[in-house]
Design a binder for this molecule. Sequence first.
Ligand code: FAD
Length: 414
Amino acid sequence: MSEIIVLGAGMVGVGTALALQARGHAVTLIDRKPPGEETSYGNAGIIQSEAAEPYAFPRDPKTLLRFLTGRSNQVRLSPAAVLRMAGPLLGYWANSAPGRHAALSRSYAQLTRRSVDDHGPLIDAAGQGNLIRRAGFFEICRNARALDAQANYARRMETAFAVPFRALDGDAFAREEPSFRSRYAGAIHWTDSWTCANPGALTKSYADLVAARGGRVVVGDASSLVAAGAGWTVHSDAGRVWAQDVVVCLGPWSPQLLAPLGYKVKMVWKRGYHQHFSGAAPLRRPCVDAENGIVLAPMTGGLRMATGAALVNRNAPVDRAQLTFGERAMRREIALGDPVEDQPWVGHRPCLPDMLPLVGKAPRHDRLWLNFGHGHQGFTLGPTTGALLADAMAGHRSDLLKALAPAGRSGTIR
Ligand SMILES: Cc1cc2nc3c(=O)[nH]c(=O)nc-3n(C[C@H](O)[C@H](O)[C@H](O)COP(=O)(O)OP(=O)(O)OC[C@H]3O[C@@H](n4cnc5c(N)ncnc54)[C@H](O)[C@@H]3O)c2cc1C
């Protein structure tokens, strides 16, 4: 058994802390905020066991042109930010070539496939079953062409990765979600994914479980990390914490922490927003509306509208454009009610050019471990890569661990 510090109490950090405790380690979980208040709070709450393929950089010229010219609400970009992230974006583009993407997906699918099984016992132990629906989510298709394309994609996922789905026509979807006024061509129902009505609360409850199982959950600044003796120390509100090993689970902030240690991490930060609406017509399941670039997810705080990606500088001011577009479009189709917050929530998906999270030992330091870069699916994958990181620390070897290991991924971390 060793003493281990886990830096960052988002879904990835708490998942890691619980997996290390399950193997008998003494864990201190450190965050500068209370657990689950950043990206793991603001997401759409879908535990995406259907996401066998990581989100690729679009390579067909038509889609690319729509994104570049701002004609899609799915992706917005600022030229200055694109220039600043040019290196990581080029790597992302190269890794999204069909052959390479297919190879990466073989690893990725192994992660998402087991995600619900990894969350399940934690949800039970944390007593949070009331927040979870095990009934999937919908992807709305407005016209027959979109429905055909989405159904073809779903069939491919079913054949290649055994991901189950139902294709619904317009009438069947209207029976499932009668709150929509429009009659759509239909929807894809990803049946086996789970959804959470309060992702921040679930993350917090996992952190409470860490404490209930004997771990320490303390407030502290990860940037105070220094090597000390045969281990590491971090300053916290509870005093100086020492441990033999440290795991970096700082999501979008991980590159900042690692820079002074000599690591350059190529990250693409994809900004997303959300806004809640109270008094909205009820939805039974989250609905993804790709054409309007939004997700509508029923949450304890109201109906949450979450946006697609904005490639902007991380400190760029809040830009309501994607939410405004989504709100205008949806008000024509469903009673949305009133906005809950004056200002939308904003956060950044921590995406890596090769689309796989970094899970394993830091390339040039002993006893420094990495678990970050979960991009679009970190809420899904926290418990899964937590368990895999614990395996790596125990010296296990597998093809999957090799694919996720930082060593040898010089296009992602140097
Ligand atoms: C709009 C949107 C919708 C999304 N929808 C989904 C979805 O439906 N399903 C899904 O699986 N994923 C979704 N995601 C992605 C998912 O939210 C992220 O991948 C995931 O939350 C990342 O978790 P994390 O623990 O790595 O990071 P975080 O949750 O951001 O945790 C990092 C922690 O590090 C702490 N920290 C940072 N710096 C320091 C420091 N110096 N000292 C101490 N602590 C520090 C922060 O306070 C924070 O708590 C979505 C993302 C967005 C933006």
